[in-house]
Design a protein around this ligand. Structure first.
Ligand code: URA
Length: 232
């Protein structure tokens, strides 16, 4: 894979830019300056655990706002202190945020602060260090998944193996819809997830340059789980 120059002539303010060969169909890059600024702070090696966690909380709130933009609403008649009016209310069964353990949990507090009535599911998947394949060790979902919209959360969409395994498993429960929310993605992860599940929209703050041979995103921010929890 060819490397991008540090400066992209067509838009020198945005780095890292998507590779020209990266298909961004059904990928929503959230380019809001607040999102981009906070992501820059999170990437810095000197950003400490407490600050990293706080930034992830704020970023998750902002990204939740974008990913829920198309939620269906219906009108209900209400009474204000002055008048009656028809006013919008979100439709249907409660949304489910599905966290891919453990780094996905870092996103939960922020998204739940924006959608407090949402339900939460957890999937435990670890990457086999040699094959990088996803192995499931935990799976717990709310009831009536077939009536719910699902947003899967994981800070990094890297090889795509865990994302694919999570979506495969969730499709077995026939939810109404599935979206994928990742702070940082890369062309390899997007391609892998969309080769298998092209209809799953990916929401991300940035499409980084590439994966390294250990399955880490470059330039990325390092190991998201370690940076959230202060482990090594
Ligand atoms: N998981 C991480 O935490 N970081 C990466 O760069 C890739 C996968």
């Amino acid at each position: 894979m060819s490397k991008l120059p540090l400066k992209n002539e067509s838009n020198s303010k945005v780095y890292p830019t998507p590779l020209p060969s990266c298909d961004l169909k059904n990928v929503h890059v959230i380019s809001h300056p607040l999102v981009q600024h906070k992501l820059t702070l999170m990437r810095k090696i000197e950003t400490r655990t407490s600050e990293f966690r706080a930034l992830l909380y704020e970023l998750s709130q902002l990204m939740a706002y974008e990913i829920t933009r198309d939620m269906a609403v219906h009108m209900e008649e209400i009474q204000t202190p002055l008048e009656q009016l028809m006013s919008p209310v979100i439709n249907g069964k409660k949304l489910v945020f599905v966290s891919i353990l453990r780094a996905g949990n870092g996103i939960l507090d922020g998204v739940l602060s924006v959608v407090p009535s949402a339900r939460v599911g957890h999937i435990g998947l670890y990457r086999d260090p040699t094959t990088l394949e996803a192995i499931e060790y935990y799976f717990k979902m709310p009831t009536q998944m077939e009536q719910r919209d699902v947003i899967v959360v994981d800070p990094m969409l890297a090889t795509g193996h865990t994302a694919i395994a999570a979506v495969d498993r969730l499709k077995g429960l026939s939810p109404k819809s599935i979206k994928f929310l990742s702070l940082i993605t890369c062309p390899e992860g997007i391609k892998a997830l969309h080769d298998r599940h092209p209809e799953v929209p990916i929401y991300t703050a940035c499409v980084d340059r590439e994966l390294n041979e250990h399955g880490y995103i470059l330039p990325g921010l390092g190991d998201a789980g370690d940076r959230i929890y202060g482990t090594k």
